[in-house]
Design a protein around this ligand. Structure first.
Ligand SMILES: [Zn+2]
Ligand SMILES: [Zn+2]
Length: 257
């Protein structure tokens, strides 16, 4: 069975009934659990209310680096993240590709998230783009290896993956791996050990081939997993069971709320 380790179910452009059908379709395709990731504390309650009725959906709480206009202080984040359905802190991180101008707020927010993750013993969901040194040095300086976490939708180089794994991080692969231009990422996947890999859709964005350009959905994590299995030279079953074991090892509160 598969897990979609990172999706934004509340951002899918569909009504509640279609959302239920979309999740049912994913289950039919072998997806047994979904981690629905918040992009801000402000929008957490609305996200929670939209997906709480699904027992196989767990949630995160945090402020996305590209949503710093909805930034909040550390105490507010801490209180929101205590919610029993919240199994992880994020997504947080640093994105200098799309938003280098908010660098200083992103840095403060990232440190707050690492501190909250350590306080609550909930792992981090980290978004990192063109911010290798700052991401790694903040994880190190603020002892993120205590809580561990995942570098989600990974697109950076093998050296970054290796250094992050040394800090206890997992590496999550999205549909980007199926894109024609993703040679570097395919090389990273070949080198990351099977016991450190996760798979995700990041839906509604980044639909894998052959759905590229359409709205992504959790059921398509199967295409990502098939592609990654091919790269690793293992069967889909082996890849599914490894990544699903990894998911529950890292997000140990998932499925227990
Ligand atoms: Zn992200
Ligand atoms: Zn995301």
């Amino acid at each position: 069975m598969l897990v979609d380790s990172h999706c934004h179910l509340d951002r899918l452009d569909m009504d509640d009934e279609t959302l239920a059908q979309t999740i049912a379709f994913a289950r039919q395709r072998g997806v047994e659990h979904f981690l629905c990731v918040a992009v801000s504390v402000d929008s957490f309650t609305a996200m929670h209310d939209r997906v709480a009725r699904f027992d196989d959906v767990s949630m995160s709480c945090g402020v996305h680096p590209l949503h710093q206009d909805e930034a909040c202080d550390k105490q507010t984040l801490l209180e929101a993240a205590r919610h029993p359905r919240v199994v992880a802190i994020g997504e947080t991180g640093l994105d200098y590709h799309y938003s280098a101008n908010t660098k200083s707020v992103q840095l403060t927010s990232f440190v707050d998230h690492i501190d909250v993750a350590n306080t609550l013993s909930k792992p981090l969901i980290i978004h990192t783009r063109e911010a290798k040194q700052d991401t790694l040095s903040l994880l190190k300086a603020h002892k993120a290896d205590n809580t561990q976490g995942v570098l989600h939708c990974f697109t950076e180089d093998l050296d970054m993956a290796t250094q992050a794994m040394d800090l206890g991080m997992y590496i999550s692969i999205s549909g980007i791996v199926t894109f024609h231009s993703a040679d570097q990422l395919r090389d990273v996947v070949r080198h990351v050990p099977l016991d450190r890999l996760l798979v995700e859709t990041d839906s509604p964005w980044l639909a894998p081939v052959p759905y590229r350009g359409k709205q992504n959905q959790p059921g398509y994590v199967r295409e990502v997993a098939e592609y990654v299995a091919d790269l690793k030279g293992v069967t889909l079953d082996a890849l599914a069971s490894a990544t699903t074991d990894n998911f529950y090892r890292l997000f140990s509160l998932a499925g227990k709320a």
